[in-house]
Design a protein around this ligand. Structure first.
Ligand code: TYM
Length: 334
């Protein structure tokens, strides 16, 4: 697994709900593809998830489920380091240092902070505000070259690059400047009920999301009921036909068939036929993931072993970077 000259990837997912097909499309699918070429670090971002109040027992359960889903989606612990963020204390330690390099105004401009604080005015905590600094620490600790994420994380990646450059400029080269890796297709899967907003696990309407533990029947029904438009042409046009374009994206991700060929396949057919076809291919895509997930959850000890081993591997790398940072800022090291 360890290779000095392979380029490095880091990414993470919050364990704050059941994962959706958006996580599979925007993150997990690419993580699996990239793990053969890169030294990959994939983490369950539990520290991030407490910026919204969590029920402790549920958070513990979701953390293990998220890890099981990583494996079920194809993350191979012999190729990638899989770990729980809170098992590697260097994440919060580096975040403190980087906080002192981050401007108040910079954080105030983060669109995710603005959205979340608008949606939850009752809990605009300091952690929510400094969340992107913790995310920068996650990435910079591992000297990541590439960060595979969905479109919504782009701004956080820009901040990460700025912080790394600022720190390097103030002292000397310390951090690798990471590049975002945002897939051309699938980086923004939209809600099935409102195709102008991102599919999100926190959406109150469960019909807006396909969860990775939805049964075939539920998946097919949700897609059948999805909101589209009033003409009857299966054509890719994100601006004017966002619902159909979103379904075409799902069809493409599930089968590999190009948009052009999907359009040809459904010429002269109604949306009913198209939705049923999308439902079937998406159900076929998710089924093996769900089955594998159920199998993995039966052997929690194995899962625990994988995570314990991952944390040890991650700590070794994280420690090296943090040690360098502590020396550079002037902390006494014995
Ligand atoms: P999170 O947990 O919200 O989402 C995890 C990943 O899934 C992608 N994603 C989507 N992609 C396409 N369509 C969607 N509807 C969709 N919904 C989610 C997200 O873009 C993300 O890549 N802050 C991060 C977690 C994190 C992280 C990191 C990521 C913490 N530290 C370091 C990368 C590097 C977050 O909240 O993602």
């Amino acid at each position: 697994m360890e290779s000095e000259n392979r380029k490095v990837i880091l990414s993470g997912i919050q364990p704050s709900g059941i994962l959706t097909i958006g996580h599979l499309a925007g993150a997990l699918k690419n993580w699996v593809d990239l793990q053969t070429q890169f030294q990959s670090y994939y983490m369950i971002a539990d520290l991030h998830s407490i910026t919204a109040r969590q029920v402790p027992a549920e958070l513990r359960q979701r953390t293990m489920e998220t890890a099981a889903l990583f494996l079920a989606a194809g993350i191979d612990p012999d190729k990638s380091v899989l770990f729980i963020q809170s098992h590697v204390p260097q994440h919060s330690q580096l975040a403190w240092v980087l906080n002192t390099f981050t401007g108040f105004g910079e954080l105030g401009r983060m669109t995710q902070f603005k959205d979340k604080s608008e949606r939850h005015p009752e809990n605009i905590n300091a952690g929510l505000f400094t969340y992107p600094v913790l995310m920068a620490s996650d990435i910079l600790l591992y000297q990541a070259d590439l960060v595979p994420v969905g479109e919504d994380q782009k701004q956080h990646l820009e901040l990460t690059r700025n912080l790394a450059q600022r720190f390097n400029f103030n002292y000397s080269d310390t951090f690798k400047i990471p590049e975002p890796y945002i897939p051309k297709i699938g980086s923004r899967i939209m809600s099935l009920q409102n195709p102008n907003v991102k599919m999100s696990k926190s959406d109150e309407n469960v019909n807006s999301c396909i969860f990775l533990n939805d049964t075939n029947e539920v998946i097919i029904n949700k897609i059948k009921r999805s909101v589209t438009d009033s003409d009857a042409e299966v054509r890719f046009d994100e601006e004017n036909k966002s619902g159909i374009s979103n379904l075409m994206t799902l069809y493409h991700l599930a089968t590999g068939v190009s948009f052009e060929d999907i359009e040809k396949l459904f010429v002269g057919k109604g949306y009913g036929d198209f939705k049923l076809a999308v439902g079937n291919v998406v159900a076929d895509w998710i089924l093996p993931v769900r089955e594998k997930f159920n199998e993995i959850m039966k052997d929690k000890n194995r899962l625990k072993e994988v995570l314990e081993y991952g944390a040890i591997q991650a700590q070794k790398v994280a420690y090296k970077t943090l040690d360098k940072v502590y020396k550079k800022v002037g902390f006494v090291r014995f």
